[in-house]
Every structure is written in C-alpha cells, then in structure tokens.
Design a protein around this ligand. Structure first.
Ligand SMILES: [Zn+2]
Length: 282
C-alpha cells in the first residue's frame, strides 16, 4: 500500500502532467521520471512468467486472441484503452485531468499512459500476478523504448492478416443499437493467389432480436479503414523492427477465423498442450 500511496500523492501527478504538456520531452527523461515514481519496475529480473505484447493492426482481432491467451495462462490482459476508461470511471487522482483531455478530443500522452500502466503492473505484482499480455501497446517507437526501460518484455506476437480480408472484415462490422453487442456480417471467401493460400471466415451473425437493430460505425468505410491501416503500418514498422532487433518478435499470419487460427497460434507459441500440462500439475 505504501507504493500506491506514494504513487497517488498529488505532487507527483502534477509533475507528470507538467511534463506531459511538452511534446519534446525525451524518452530518457520520461524513463527517469518513471524510475523515480515506480522503482520496482526498473528491475528487469522480474519473477513474472509471461510478459508478452500483442501487436496487430485495427480489426485483426488481437483483443480476442490476447484475451483467450490471458485466460489460458492465467495472466491479465491489459489494454491501455481499458486503463484509461477505468481511471475515468473511478474517482482516481487522474480521472479529472483525463476527463478534460478526452472531452477536448486530445490524445492521452505517453506519460499518462505509462503512469496508469506502471500503477496497474505494481498492483498486479502485489497481488501475485505472474505476468501480463499487453494488447495494442506500445504503438510507437518512443513508447517501445520507454516500455523497454520500465519492464522486461519477453515475447512480442505480431498478428497479421491479408489486407483484402482485413478490409472486408472491417466493412462487415455491425453493432446492435439496442444492446451494444458487436457482430460481423462479412462472409469471407478469399481465393488463393500469388502463392497465398485461400481463406474463409464465417460471419458472426446476430440473434434475431438484434438483427433489425444493426448499425455500422460511421468510420467503417473503405476509405477510412484503409487510411487507418496506412497510419498504423507507418507507426508500427519501427516498433516491429525494434523488437526484431532484440530477437523477440514472432510474426504470425492468421490462417483464417478463430477456429482455424487459435490452434495454430497455440502451436506457434508452444502452448498446444498447455492446458493438458497445467491440469496434470494441478
Ligand atoms: Zn442487441
């Protein structure tokens, strides 16, 4: 609790916020801030077992796979968007400032994200969590460099999907305007070409009571989806190169939907008999 109390003291928060106003703050300066605020996380010799990062472009389904793996491995699935939402809905010390940033349509700075993430990891460690799966983070090389100093990442899984399939999948997304559940009406049957295998993905159709209430997100148009991908690739390439140079990057081409991809992913991660091993131990 001492660590938390220290974390939440108002002076350190206003300090972080002052720093976050400057976009020219170097990664080294941020790292030294984090080290002074979160001393436990400058120690790379952590006892955690799985310290993984999941990368992948919007729409690839990384949240789904990260969440399934987190259930399998018994480690938390941490998406920074969720951390921001949780802080916003709590009466936490950052919630007021965060609300202001979000209401003004501004991007939440790396400094705030790292503050929330370090806090989350410290709480997890004190509860005996044996690792984590970070979802969609780091997004930029600067974030990757800071994360590298804050904690040790042992594996980075980069999920990839044929771009034509990805676009079709994004265009098939629908949300029920009543219950808010997400569905996908795209029935994908991509032909094999240029040495790429064919691929089929079944739609995720809504139950009858949702079917007449489906809406499409305004930003799920072909033009917006393609632009989103372009921006993603531009930012993620240096992140991928960074982890590749450390020998931590595992590229994984999704062979289809969840039923085809999940067993293949477990195989690639050497976890195909993990459930069996774990239950044998238990
Ligand atoms: Zn519904």
């Amino acid at each position: 609790m001492a660590a938390l109390t220290r974390l939440l003291k108002p002076s350190s928060i206003s300090f972080l916020f002052t720093r976050s106003l400057s976009t020219t703050t170097t990664a080294a300066a941020v790292i030294s801030d984090i080290e002074s605020e979160h001393p436990n996380f400058s120690d790379p010799k952590s006892s955690r077992n799985f310290q993984w990062v999941f990368l992948g472009c919007p729409g690839v389904g990384k949240g789904t796979y990260a969440s399934r793996l987190s259930n399998l491995l018994g480690v938390p699935h941490i998406a920074t968007g969720d951390l921001v939402r949780e802080e916003l809905s709590s009466s936490g010390p950052l919630s007021h400032q965060l609300a202001e940033i979000v209401n003004q349509g501004k991007l939440v700075s790396d400094e705030i994200i790292f503050n929330l993430l370090s806090k989350r990891l410290e709480v997890g460690e004190s509860k005996g969590e044996s690792g984590f799966i970070l979802d969609g983070f780091p997004r930029t090389i600067r974030q990757a460099e800071i994360l590298d100093e804050v904690t040790e990442i042992d594996l980075v899984v980069n999920l990839k999907l044929r771009e034509d399939v990805l676009v079709e999948k994004c265009l098939g997304r629908r949300i029920c305007s009543q219950c808010g559940k997400g569905f996908n009406v795209a029935s994908i049957n991509a032909k094999a070409e240029n040495g790429r295998p064919g691929m089929s993905m079944a739609p995720l159709l809504p139950p009858q009571h949702c079917a007449s209430k489906l809406i499409t997100r305004a930003d799920d148009t072909e033009q917006v989806v393609k632009e989103r991908l372009r921006v993603y690739y531009e930012k993620s390439q240096p992140v991928e190169d960074f982890y590749k140079s450390q020998g931590k990057l595992m590229e994984f081409d999704l062979p289809g939907g969840i039923p085809e991809s999940w067993p293949k992913l477990l195989e690639a991660l050497n976890l195909d008999d993990y459930e069996v091993k774990r239950s044998a131990v238990a």
